[in-house]
Each structure stands twice: as C-alpha cells, then as structure tokens.
Design a protein around this ligand. Structure first.
Ligand SMILES: [Cu+2]
Length: 369
C-alpha cells in the first residue's frame, strides 16, 4: 500500500511538472526569461523550473548516498530547451531508482550533508586556519599557516553563493620568511585549497602592505573588464560622452572670457596641437581626448613645471585647468610608454611674459639671463 501511494505521488509529480513545463515553454524564451519580480525566490519562469529540476536532482543524489555541495547552476541552463535536454534523461534515471526500491528500503535512514559546506576561521594566537562544520557544530581540521594570521577571506565568501574552493590567510609579521627590504617587511598572503577533504596550502604571496586588513576573492570569469571607453570622448565618471570631448580634426585653441580653451587629442604618437601659446596670467583649460580605441592604449599628459599629470585610458576624455603664472617654454609629454615612438610624443607650452612685466619684473631664482 505504501509503495503504491509513493509511486502514485511520483506519477503525479512527473505528469504535473511536464504539463506546467510544456505550457511555460510554449510561451517562448523571451517570456520564460523575463524578470517577474524579486519577491519570488526565482525571478524568471526558467529559473523556477531550473530550481524544481535541481531539487529533484539533489534529492536523488542524496538517496544514492552523495552530498552535493551545490545545485546545478541556473546559468548553465540557458533556455527551457537546455533544461528539457537535462531533465529528460534525469527523469529516466529517477524512474529507474523509484521502480527498484522495495518496502524493505523505506525505513533506511538517508544521511546527507546540506549544501552549505563548512566554515573557516583564523586563529591568531596559534597561527592556524580552523575548519568547522556549522551543521554539526564541531571542529574538523586545523592547518598551520605563517605567523601571524589576522584576517581571512574565502572565494565569494561575502556573497550568497560562496565559491567554496579557496581560502586566503592574511598574515602580518612575516618575520624571517622573505628578504628584508626595509622597515616595512612583506606581509604574506597564503592561498589554501579547500576543495578536497583536507586543506592544502598551495601558494605564498608576499605583498607590500602595512597590514593586510581585508580582501575579496572573485572568480576570474566574473570579471568583465572594460577594454576601452566607447564612444571616444567618454567621461569615466559620468559614463557618458563628455561635453568637452574633442573629435579628431576639430582640435583648436580658443580664447574666451574665462581663459584659453585648448581642445586637444592624443593618439600614438602625437598630441594635436603640440604647440600651445598663451600669455602669462592666462587661465588655461585643457580638454584632452585620447582617441585610441585599442585595448590598453593608455596615454598620459604631463607638464612637470606646472605639476600637471594625467593618465587617459583609451577613449577617455579629461579636463584640467591651471593658471599660467610663470613665463617660459615648458615641455609637455606622454607619461605612458605607449609605442616605439613614445619619446616623440611631446609638445611645448609657451607662456609669453606679460608685456608690463617684461621690463621691470624682478628675476625669479632659476631664471636665466
Ligand atoms: Cu602616449
């Protein structure tokens, strides 16, 4: 009787799941992947079905004596069709398992660990990492690390989905461990592989910091780095094209009420314009656009005599204003080694002496003649 009831419930489970799945799948990918609201545990229809599949999967694994540490990721199930392709053979496996059980199997206790995994703590006085089971509230293992562990970080440890493979011990006072390079000794980050049954120390990373206070470990595939700013003339703060962005071919120097505006571009290996002529006392506004769209083609802009130094990423626009308060000829140059002709990437700021001052201004120290 019990077996009949259990099989009947499972037959209903398979029938109802498939019926709901077919109705949802018929709505199309756009509808099943549309966000329906964060008030639901899974905010898309596809996510909800992926979760139902995942729950069936994890329980079959547990019945078989396994304890998976994560459910199948929804990310790998891109569409309802992907999900169906995984679900059909799984359902066959599930049916086979349920058909094989006998009344004698029913009282068997299924032991499993949940997917939360273990906790890791740093032990300052002992200089060790301790591994704990939160579900059993017991210490599992200790791993000696270098003197003197303070903070600890785990991969994606501050997120709702910890990665669970790596832990980093941040050790202060790495005495006698690395070459003595001055009053500040290298601190030692130690990488620990926690993916297996025992913790394994795999790497030492000396770093020049006063005190390693905290860090985040992010899986490399989660980092979506920007290659360059687009469109050209991007303001990296507003993330929009800057009002002062200079187009190639429109470079110019304009005298306005508030000073001299220099609309400048830079590209390997030239500044346009490369001669800027102003008068002593002028306020100068530099509007510099890096025209590059090549990855990593960063340029700089420096006028050391005026204490100006900028770094401009490919496509970036930036502005700098200054008072041209001392006369002379001042080289400006690119601060990044950007190409074989990098050393040619230079120009001159010419600050003409104010007319009234040329005759009677007192000489500055350092002025010649
Ligand atoms: Cu350059």
């Amino acid at each position: 009787m019990e077996m009949e009831l259990i099989r009947g419930l499972w037959d209903y489970h398979w029938w109802a799941n498939r019926r709901l799945f077919d109705v949802a799948a018929a709505l199309g990918d756009e509808a099943t992947q549309r966000e329906v609201g964060k008030q639901f545990s899974f905010s898309t229809l596809k996510g909800m079905f992926a979760h139902i599949y995942g729950a069936d999967w994890v329980w079959l694994e547990r019945w078989k004596g396994n304890s998976p540490t994560a459910l199948p990721g929804e990310a790998e199930l891109k569409t309802m069709a992907d999900l169906r392709a995984r679900w059909d053979p799984f359902e066959t496996e599930q049916r086979r398992f349920l058909e094989a059980i006998t009344p004698a199997d029913l009282p068997r206790v299924v032991a499993y660990k949940d997917t939360r995994g273990n906790a890791y703590t740093s032990m300052f006085v002992e200089s060790k990492i301790a591994k704990w089971s939160p579900s059993e509230m017991k210490l599992i293992e200790k791993l000696p690390v270098h003197y003197n562990i303070g903070h600890i970080a785990s991969a994606h440890g501050d997120t709702v989905k910890p990665h669970g493979h790596w832990v980093v011990a941040m050790n202060k006072w790495a005495i006698d461990r690395f070459a003595d390079v001055g009053p500040l000794l290298p601190q030692n980050f130690q990488l620990v592989d926690v993916s297996g049954p025992n913790m394994q120390l795999v790497y030492d990373l000396p770093i020049p910091l006063g005190e390693p206070h905290y860090t985040q470990i992010v899986a490399a595939d989660r980092i979506k780095a920007i290659d360059h700013y687009a469109p050209v003339g991007f303001n990296p703060v507003t993330r929009e094209k800057d009002a002062n962005a200079t187009e190639g071919g429109t470079e110019r120097i304009e005298r306005r009420d508030d000073g001299v505006h220099v609309h400048m571009t830079q590209v390997r290996s030239h500044f346009t314009p490369d001669i800027i002529r102003v008068k002593e006392g002028d306020t100068v506004h530099l509007h510099i656009t890096n025209l590059e769209q090549a990855k990593d083609a960063t340029h700089g802009f420096g006028i050391s005599s005026y204490n100006i130094a900028l770094s401009l990423e490919p496509g970036e626009h930036n502005d700098v204003s200054f008072e041209a308060d001392h006369a002379g000829v001042f080289p400006f140059y690119c601060l990044e080694f950007c190409s074989a002709l990098h050393l040619e990437m230079a120009g001159y700021l010419i600050v003409e002496p104010a007319a009234a001052k040329t005759a009677d201004a007192p000489k500055r120290s350092g002025d010649r003649g």
